[in-house]
Design a protein around this ligand. Structure first.
Ligand code: ACM
Length: 632
């Protein structure tokens, strides 16, 4: 396609002494997937037509061909529907917006009217602009959940009939569309206005995160379930989506829905957007449906891209550039005969915490370029080092355009391994591709060291790459002790998201970050935790220390000392708790052990408890986050 040929020339040309230089080359290229998408949520925060066009231009530069425009949600309805003027007057505006993170217990708001919407003329203009760039625009009209804004404008669309407000905070809300004839008429009318605006063969109908609370208590819903033999509320959601699919199909369009549309039975012609992992995508492909892969772990560009505590406030998670680049949208588990059902992949950009264009660009760049290569490049042509090399020029391009991309090229990540009984192995990895690592030990002069490094003594290491700013230096304070580098076994594994560097993290000589449970902590969401520590020789041990992360707002609790039991593998031992100390969110219990010869130590934590009343997550099992077990 000539458009992509031109983009290739753009990317290959360089400016040398004010001349545009293009070296002779033959390019033979084709995309791996037909669907190469970027998504943007304009409900949580609203963005101008100008920003949307810049976003489309950036997508086109990287040969992405589908813009998924998330136009409606609880916090604002952003597309003009002429038949329903209150969508413009009421649903497009909210009276307040949450300050800070939704996870904090005490909520504060900016009490200002916020909102806006695109007129149909503006939508046509954007669609036309996109089409000139080879980009198809897929609109998303959310149903049956994430519908509070529409219900605020027209309470008869909800199940309670109560007047509600357009939501000014972040989360999942109970005021969903009621599957009544009034609602179906409304949504069909909306489709009658939406469909002619978008030449794309697809309409995205959302379908994710629909609480069934109101449906459970609503007579009409219960009668629909009974009379149509739908089984339960999931069956009712499936009925809802199937009915809308039938209508949309009758207008010559196909639907896409988030993977929750599998629950209660998939609509016959639906394409599934797999986001809660890959399972939804796998299941849909196995049922013969097309799939777009957007799992949170690889495709959610609203997640943090660095663990630097100075990063701007984001929703959470951790998705560094390298991990995006490593993504393979075709799951290994999927049989070859079904691979054609994977249409492609997409970067998702939810904007709860992105209130300005600058924040959008910071989250999107450079990770959009990694998504672009995941969608474009055949597996055999992917080369991480080469990608990082080519990325250098893109930073120059963005800077010229006045766009502030996240620049993590001088930042460091690391791996740590322990359990050999012969020290702890540290491997520092520059996130910007290969660069020599400079190490300073105990404040001494920095020198290049080869990775990995073996640690077998207490030492403070400061690591950096040439030219890195102080904020990108990484300090490791190793406190070597008698359990460091020894073998840990866990009877039950930690949660998949909080497994740090494996069980050995508990004895790697490094203490968990006192501000963040993301780094260096093992997180358990279970009623019973059993840890076995085996030393490779018998040691005389006087003190024992255990550290826990404590952050009730995040449902994370340090267990009560009386819930922790110890044995030497055969009989219980009773260390004496001599001190409880606190540093940031890190709570440490220090014990003395009298005249103990230790070779094996088992630690059990009884977490059969619930979060107390009036606390975040009340009634649920608390998380236990644990790090260093120190023996001295
Ligand atoms: C989603 O992230 N709720 C699709």
């Amino acid at each position: 396609m000539a458009l992509y040929g031109i983009q290739t020339l753009n990317q290959m040309s360089t400016l040398e002494a004010n001349d545009m230089v293009l070296y002779a080359a033959t390019v033979s290229d084709e995309p791996r997937f037909p669907y190469r998408g970027m998504h943007l949520d304009v409900s949580r925060h609203f963005f101008s037509v100008q920003l949307i066009k810049e976003y489309l231009r950036m997508m086109a530069r990287y040969k992405m061909n589908t813009f998924h425009w998330h136009l409606t949600d609880d916090q604002g309805w952003r597309i003009e529907i002429k038949k329903y003027p209150k969508l413009q007057e009421i649903a497009a505006w909210r009276n307040q917006t949450l300050k800070g993170h939704a996870g904090q217990r005490k909520k504060e708001f900016i009490n200002q009217k916020y909102g806006g919407y695109y007129t149909q003329e503006e939508i046509k203009d954007v669609v036309q602009f996109a089409s000139q760039l080879g980009i198809e625009v897929v609109p998303e009209i959310e149903m049956p959940g994430h519908a509070s804004a529409a219900v605020a404008a027209y309470p008869e669309l909800g199940c309670t009939g109560k007047q509600i407000e357009v939501v000014g905070e972040w989360g999942v809300f109970d005021d969903v569309f009621c599957p009544s004839e009034i609602t179906f008429q409304f949504l069909q009318d909306v489709m009658d206005e939406v469909i002619p605006l978008f030449p794309s063969p697809y309409i995205h109908i959302g379908g994710d995160e629909c609480p069934k609370t109101q449906w459970k208590n609503n007579q009409l819903c219960q009668e629909l379930i009974k009379n149509n033999h739908l089984g339960d509320e999931h069956g009712l959601q499936s009925y809802f989506i199937k009915r809308m699919e039938k209508y949309i199909n009758s207008k010559g369009k196909k639907i896409i829905g988030w993977d929750e549309i599998l629950e209660g039975g998939l609509a016959p012609n639906a394409t599934v957007m797999s986001w809660r992992g890959i399972e939804g995508g796998l299941a849909a492909a196995k049922q013969g449906h097309d799939v777009i892969m957007t799992p949170t772990d690889f495709c959610y560009l609203d997640y943090y891209q660095s663990r630097n505590p100075k990063e701007p406030l984001s929703i959470g998670g951790y998705l560094p550039l390298e991990k995006v680049y490593s993504y393979n949208p075709v799951p290994a588990e999927l049989e070859a005969g079904l691979h054609h059902h994977i249409l492609g992949t997409q970067g998702n950009v939810w904007t709860e915490y992105l209130s300005t264009p600058e924040r959008v660009w910071y989250q999107v760049l450079p990770r959009m370029t990694a998504m672009a290569e995941v969608g474009w490049s055949a597996k055999v042509n992917k080369d991480k080092e080469d990608y990082f090399q080519r990325l250098q020029d893109q930073y120059v391009y963005w800077k010229d355009k006045g766009i502030h991309a996240a620049d993590k090229r001088k930042e460091l990540s690391y791996n740590i391994a322990s359990g050999s009984g012969k020290g702890v192995t540290l491997k520092i990895i520059p996130t910007g591709g290969y660069q020599p690592i400079l190490i300073s030990r105990n404040g001494g002069k920095a020198a290049i060291e080869t990775m990995p490094i073996t640690i077998d003594t207490s030492v403070v290491l400061e690591a950096s790459v040439e030219g890195a700013e102080a904020a990108d230096h990484k300090t490791f304070e190793f406190e070597y002790h008698k359990a460091a580098g020894q073998n840990i076994t866990l009877k039950f594994p930690p949660n998949d998201r909080y497994k740090a560097f494996g069980p050995g993290t508990l004895v790697d000589g490094l203490s968990g970050n006192i501000q963040s449970h993301h780094e260096d902590w093992l997180g358990f969401a279970m009623a019973e935790i059993e840890i076995g520590l085996s030393l490779n020789k018998t040691e005389t041990v006087d003190t024992l220390a255990l550290s826990f992360y404590h952050s009730p707002d995040q449902w994370i609790y340090a267990p009560a000392p009386e819930k922790i039991g110890f044995s030497n593998g055969q009989v219980r031992i009773h260390p004496t708790l001599v001190e409880r100390s606190q540093k940031g969110n890190q709570h440490t219990y220090l014990y003395t052990i009298e005249a103990r010869q230790i070779k094996q130590m088992n630690i059990t934590i009884d977490n059969k408890t619930t979060i107390p009343k009036d606390h975040a997550g009340e009634g649920n099992l608390p998380w236990v986050f644990m790090d260093e077990i120190r023996l001295k």
